[in-house]
Design a protein around this ligand. Sequence first.
Ligand code: AHR
Length: 331
Amino acid sequence: MLKRISTLVVAGLTAAALAACGTGGSGGSGGTEGGGSGGDSIVMGFSQVGAESGWRTANTKSVQEAAKQAGITLRFSDAQQKQENQIKAIRSYIQQKVDVIAFSPVVESGWDTVLKEAKDANIPVILTDRAVDSADTSLYKSFLGSDFVEEGKKAGQWLVEEYKDSSETVNIVELQGTTGSAPANDRKAGFAEVIGADQKFKIVASQTGDFTRAKGKEVMDAFLKAQPDIDVLYAHNDDMGLGAIEAIEGAGKVPGKDIKIITVDAVKDGMQALADGKINYIVECSPLLGPQLMDLAKKVVAGESVPARVVTEETTFTQEQAKEALPSRQY
Ligand code: AHR
């Protein structure tokens, strides 16, 4: 039986947590409520990481549209890349007695206490996009999202193939995603595993750019000053890669030629830069998780069993493939 929500206002919540509770907003850092009237429809509390990238914007849109389509009432909050905001939002969803909680954890660790609180309140939790490192996997019902290690491996495989006929050292700089996040940890690990098989590949600098364009530019500026001979940039997402392109051009170098660039995501801006020859290869990470998330939510609320892990299907793009895919790209 569905729980009823009496009020959206929970005393003592911070502004960030309260952003989870508004009605009819337009997203961003505010809250939205879509789907049914809240009467008999499923109520989902969703804590989003933030609005740090084009990928994230597309993911938020996918979740909000899919909730509406599925008749699920969505209580949406934007944590602005802060774990404490996500914990507050989850606690507020528990107090509101929502039917199901979904969230994309900004970092991997530190979730056991709040997940235990949700479990004790009999509210099922679905992880979406990013994983947690909790040893107790009974704290959540399912994890829907990409295989980030695989994405890192695909990036490494392209590089190995690209330099297969060269015996010279390849100097690589790496722009990591948010420190402690699953995609940053896993994309780094997968890439390192593949290129580690050949001594000629050297990561000469690796630093976080927090998945944002501005930070990508700033860190790439510093890399260019400190490293005289960069052959390749591996950026954990398109946005950081796009920021880095500005820095490379500002330094009088040609992105895609003087410095080869590999990124992850395949959002429209990234795909355009790939088609324009400024990026050399993109590993896709799909943000369109909304419909699958709503299916999982309906099942867990109905008490049906769901797979513990649902892996998103993804591809890769060369410059030629980007030109073909761009006109019909959804995000
Ligand atoms: O968790 C997915 C990652 O988060 C995307 O690759 C990145 O763009 C986003 O910020």
